[in-house]
Design a protein around this ligand. Structure first.
Ligand SMILES: Cc1cc2nc3c(=O)[nH]c(=O)nc-3n(C[C@H](O)[C@H](O)[C@H](O)COP(=O)(O)OP(=O)(O)OC[C@H]3O[C@@H](n4cnc5c(N)ncnc54)[C@H](O)[C@@H]3O)c2cc1C
Length: 524
């Protein structure tokens, strides 16, 4: 086990993390069972569960599915009215990154082309295909890029509900009840009232480690030097784009295509070929940015002093996939919109969300006025969520490190593989480009240990998704969607075993966990 130093940064604005940063963390940060008893007469409801999954996002919907399929009475509490989290509300691509080794030199690694992740994530991909929610071939997720956000809501909830878990939408975790160092329950708001869930196991799939911190777990955030996290992004969608006109412009201005894509042979001609073949069309672009920047017209991202958009963070445009077909006039855009956001600081988050929507609208106006093909384009919608790439990472019984990622580490308690490149978006506006680093040496992948999914400070708390125990650099690799889903399956399966064996998650039989995961399609 690796010993870690906790580096939390004090925040002055309201929220649990402001309290967590203070010295009296244990006294304030969780509800002792004795105090919780005083609430009994004021509760709206009370229910028992073997496992409570907090957050029905990318990892959480898989964790709940796995826990329920393995026999645990499971409640999934999600504060949005749909499942999928960043994968859904963040309006993310389908996310095939992670099914196979993914990096600049991934075609050269020993595992090139091999499946890294199977099990429930692969089943989800196949079910999305069958439901016309994405494109590609069954069992071969390499080609699925965009997805239909609406169909993904239906597929995710069907999987969880069919498994037998209770989905509680618009339900927010309020606090965790702890007795003698172990979780005994949680309080959630549901339908305007307070509901108590009696449970010994909570899987924190909230992205930001909300439940684990409430339970008293320690965490790290951001890069070690100053705790700054990766840039955040509010995805947005535009429609009414004249792709033909845009392609004519790109033929005359190849410099508007990011060098990352040009280096891989992308040009106006290859894009036109893709478009004429019906799609997909995916490209990182900055249409007329150079002139716009010189004229001082390019909008300034939130948290930056001037436009920070240099070539690589220009914005990835991808054609929409809707109900079984490509929509050539309608695009999603991913660019770094928001710098310096600390998701623990709720007032700052609110301000950043509003400011980012204004920035995006300014960008849309910029395209309309300056980008050929966008003259009649319009904002279709903002993503529901301001996408946070990095929040608190909960300290678990093992801290996955940059060295593990680089050295292709294996672990006796491994629960899955990750071959996703390290992708760290700039913490500072105008800072370096993305940090893109290959992983796993010649092999091309490393293992994720179970101990990184189990909190150290309180029994019964597990993590699933981007908040697992990993350092800043390792997080840049494991945070990707397919890996989060793989982790979700491991956490849910382990939680069900712990509930059945009547032991805390750190005491389960690891070989039973691994054999169960393998039997259920996981690749370790
Ligand atoms: C802008 C952006 C672009 C990205 N691009 C890619 C990409 O191209 N490919 C890729 O593979 N990955 C990408 N990622 C990374 C990936 O999408 C995320 O890291 C991953 O989806 C996180 O999954 P998660 O399950 O940890 O959290 P989430 O999917 O965010 O789920 C957390 C869930 O918890 C819920 N929740 C939070 N607090 C509470 C509470 N108190 N009570 C109840 N529910 C709660 C939330 O509503 C949410 O549904 C991107 C991320 C961002 C932000």
């Amino acid at each position: 086990m690796v010993l870690v130093t906790v580096r939390t940064r004090a925040v002055s604005r309201p929220g649990i993390f402001a309290r967590a940063a203070g010295p009296s963390q244990e006294a304030i940060n969780l509800i002792p069972a004795s105090t919780a008893r005083h609430l009994d007469g004021h509760l709206h409801g009370r229910q028992r569960a073997d496992v409570l999954v907090v957050g029905g996002g990318t990892a959480g919907f898989v964790a709940a599915t796995a826990a329920a399929r393995n026999g645990a009475q499971t409640i999934l509490a999600e504060y949005l009215p749909f499942l999928g989290g960043t994968h859904g509300g963040g309006a993310m691509v389908m996310g095939t990154i992670g099914f196979r080794p993914t990096g600049e030199s991934s075609h050269r690694v020993e595992a090139a082309g091999q499946l890294m992740v199977g099990g429930i994530p692969l089943e989800y991909y196949d079910r999305m295909l069958a439901a016309r929610g994405t494109s590609g071939d069954p069992g071969d997720p390499s080609n699925a890029w965009p997805k239909d956000l609406e169909i993904s809501k239906v597929v995710t909830e069907e999987m969880v509900a069919e498994a037998g878990a209770d989905i509680w939408f618009m339900t927010q975790l309020v606090d965790v009840i702890v007795d003698d160092g172990a979780v005994v329950g949680a309080l959630v708001t549901r339908g305007g009232g307070l509901v108590r869930v009696d449970t010994g196991i909570i899987i924190d799939a909230s992205g930001d480690g909300i439940a684990a911190v409430q339970a008293g777990a320690e965490y790290e955030v951001g890069r070690p030097s100053d705790n700054k996290a990766e840039a955040a992004t509010l995805y947005f969608e535009m429609a009414g784009i004249d792709l033909g006109r845009l392609l004519d412009h790109l033929a005359d201005h190849p410099e508007d295509i990011s060098h990352h894509h040009r280096d891989r042979g992308v040009s106006a001609a290859t894009l036109r070929r893709d478009w004429e073949a019906g799609g997909p069309f995916v490209v990182r672009l900055g249409v007329n940015y150079a002139a716009g920047k010189e004229a001082g017209l390019l909008p300034t991202p939130v948290g930056a002093e001037r436009s920070a958009h240099t070539d690589p963070s220009l914005g990835t445009f991808w054609m929409h996939w809707r109900d079984g077909q490509w929509v050539a006039s309608s695009f999603s855009v991913n660019m770094d919109t928001t710098y310096g956001l600390d998701p623990r600081d709720r007032d700052a988050y609110d301000d950043a969300l509003m400011a980012t929507r204004r920035f995006v609208l300014d960008m849309v106006r910029y395209y309309q006025a300056n980008a050929p093909g966008f003259e009649d384009a319009y904002l279709l919608r903002f993503a529901t969520l301001l996408g946070v790439r990095e929040g608190p990472r909960i300290l678990g019984r093992y801290l996955l490190t940059a060295d593990d990622v680089a050295a292709a580490s294996d672990f006796p308690d491994a629960v899955g593989r990750c071959g996703v490149r390290v992708d760290i978006h700039p913490e500072d506006p105008g800072g370096r480009e993305f940090l893109l680093t290959d992983v796993g040496g010649d092999r091309g992948w490393y293992q994720v240990p179970y101990r990184s999914l189990v909190a150290t400070d309180v029994d019964g708390v597990m993590m699933a998704g981007r908040n697992i125990s990993a350092d800043h650099v390792a997080h840049g690799s494991v945070r990707h969607q397919v890996t989060c889903m793989m982790i979700g399956q491991a956490a849910g399966t382990a939680a069900a075993i712990a509930a059945r064996q009547g032991v805390p998650p750190h005491d389960i039989d690891i070989s039973l966990l691994q054999s169960t995961l393998r039997r259920q399609g996981a690749i370790i």
